[in-house]
Design a protein around this ligand. Structure first.
Ligand code: GRF
Length: 193
């Protein structure tokens, strides 16, 4: 693994756009002794993200950047991350696509969680598409981020059975519960390599 833990925890930023339930589970995980990471910064493109409330609850600094001017937003974020010596980025329901330039600045240090069994169902509406395809299983994936959407190296996956009366909503709920367990597991896995 490109990162090394040493004795101090790895400073991590979590990027969100919405509810932030994965952010919450990562924060809780980060407080455990066994966690190799600390969460030091929350970044959002959306000032109305519900998940921003966790900044106040857990006393973690938050920053909001307007992606209407994406290039500018990204260069401000890079400045902020370097200033705070952030060494790991966890995308958690972050709805903006990061540029190649941004990704190159943190090569091998950006993770994402995606609500499908990649390489199946990259992009949006994963649960609906899994049900429409009559798949027996869906699930979630944590992967490294590269410049192609939802295509970086897979770290870990968890399968979830699709029942015949599942809707996109019920499936999303079941998968999300597993996401909260999977993201911390992925982090433990990459730092034990
Ligand atoms: C999750 O399903 C995640 O996999 C996807 O967006 C959702 C975010 O949920 N990328 P939350 O904001 O963490 O609650």
């Amino acid at each position: 693994m490109v990162l090394s833990t040493g004795t101090k925890k790895i400073k991590t930023a979590v990027f969100i756009s919405g509810t932030g339930s994965n952010l919450k589970s990562l924060i809780k995980f980060s407080k455990l002794k066994k966690s190799p990471i600390s969460i030091d910064l929350i970044i959002s493109n959306n000032p109305r993200s519900k998940g921003l409330k966790f900044s106040k609850i857990f006393k973690i600094k938050k920053k909001i950047f307007d992606f209407e001017k994406k290039k500018l937003a990204e260069s401000k974020i890079i400045f902020e991350l370097k200033k705070k010596k952030i060494n790991l980025i966890c995308l958690a329901g972050f709805m903006k696509v990061l540029s190649k330039n941004f990704i190159n600045n943190f090569d091998g240090k950006i993770l994402n969680i995606h609500p499908s069994l990649l390489p199946k169902f990259k992009g949006l509406n994963t649960h609906k598409r899994a049900i429409m395809s009559k798949d027996r299983y869906s699930g979630c994936t944590v992967h490294f981020v590269n410049s192609k959407i939802d295509s970086g190296r897979i770290i870990i996956q968890k399968k979830v059975k699709i029942l015949k009366d599942d809707t996109a909503k019920t499936l999303a709920k079941k998968v999300l519960t597993q996401e909260h367990i999977l993201y911390p597991k992925a982090i433990l896995k990459i730092f034990s390599l």
